[in-house]
Design a protein around this ligand. Structure first.
Ligand code: DX5
Ligand code: ZN
Length: 219
C-alpha cells in the first residue's frame, strides 16, 4: 500500500489567521503546504508573492510546495528559491523553455515540478519527466479554489502513471483542484501520490478527519 501525502492549499485558509491555520493543518497530519501563486495574467486571479512565502517559511518546518501560476516564470524562479521553497512547480503552458526552467530550479537544489492544465496532454512531458520530482495534474482550470473536479482528468492521471512506469522514473503525481474526501479514492486509484486540497480541508469542521480520510484510501 502506498502512502498518500496531503498538501492543504492555503488559498482556502483564513489569511487573517495564517500562522494558526498552518499550525492547525500541521497537527492535523498535513505532509506539505501547497502555496498558490497567481499573477492575474496566466490566471485571472492575483494571490500571494515572495514576501508572504518567506513569512510562511518562518512559521513551519513542513515542505513548501509552491505552485507558480504565472507567465514567464523564469523571471521569478530565483526569488522564489530565495524564500526557502522546497518544491517549485511551473506550468508547461507558461514556459517557452521548459528544460531551462527545470534546470534553474534543480541547480539550486530545489525539487522541480511541472503542471498541466486540464486540456494539455500528458504526452507533452515524455521527454522531460525523468528530470522531474513531480507532475502536477490540474483537475480544475487553474485560477480559483472551490471549483468542481473535472472528471475527464482521471484518464490523464492513469496515462501519466503508465508513462512513468514504462520509463521507470520516480516522478510523483500530484493532483490539484476540486478534490474532496468523496473523490480522493478515484484519483489515488488512478495513480496520484500527493493530493492538494483547499476547500475540502479548510472548509471542514475537523481538518484531521478529512486528512485522515484522504490518506486512508486503499490502493
Ligand atoms: C487552483 C489552485 C488550487 C486550489 C485548490 O488554481 O491551484 O491549488 O487552491 O482548491 P480546491 O481544493 O478548493 O479546489
Ligand atoms: Zn495549486
Amino acid at each position: 500500500m502506498k502512502r498518500i501525502k496531503i498538501a492543504p492549499s492555503l488559498l482556502a485558509c483564513d489569511f487573517s489567521r495564517l500562522s494558526e491555520e498552518i499550525k492547525a493543518v500541521e497537527s492535523a497530519g498535513a505532509d506539505l503546504l501547497h502555496i498558490d501563486v497567481m499573477d492575474g495574467r496566466f490566471v485571472p486571479n492575483i494571490t500571494i508573492g515572495q514576501p508572504v512565502v518567506s513569512c510562511i517559511r518562518k512559521t513551519t518546518k513542513l515542505p513548501l510546495d509552491v505552485h507558480l501560476m504565472i507567465v514567464e516564470p523564469m523571471d521569478h524562479i530565483k526569488s522564489f528559491i530565495d524564500t526557502g521553497a522546497d518544491i517549485i512547480t511551473v506550468h508547461l503552458e507558461a514556459c517557452s523553455h521548459l528544460h531551462k526552467a527545470i534546470a534553474m530550479i534543480k541547480d539550486a537544489g530545489v525539487n522541480a515540478g511541472v503542471s498541466l492544465n486540464p486540456a494539455t496532454p500528458v504526452v507533452m512531458l515524455k521527454d522531460i519527466i525523468e528530470e522531474l520530482y513531480l507532475v502536477l495534474i490540474m483537475t480544475v482550470n487553474p485560477g480559483f479554489g472551490g471549483q468542481k473536479f473535472i472528471h475527464s482528468t482521471l484518464k490523464k492521471i492513469k496515462e501519466l502513471d503508465t508513462i512513468r512506469h514504462e520509463l521507470g522514473t520516480s516522478a510523483l503525481i500530484e493532483v490539484d483542484g476540486g478534490i474532496t474526501a468523496q473523490n480522493s479514492d478515484a484519483v489515488v486509484k488512478a495513480g496520484a501520490d500527493i493530493i492538494v486540497a483547499g476547500t475540502a480541508v479548510f472548509g471542514a469542521k475537523s481538518y484531521k478527519d478529512v486528512i485522515n480520510r484522504m490518506k486512508s484510501v486503499l490502493t
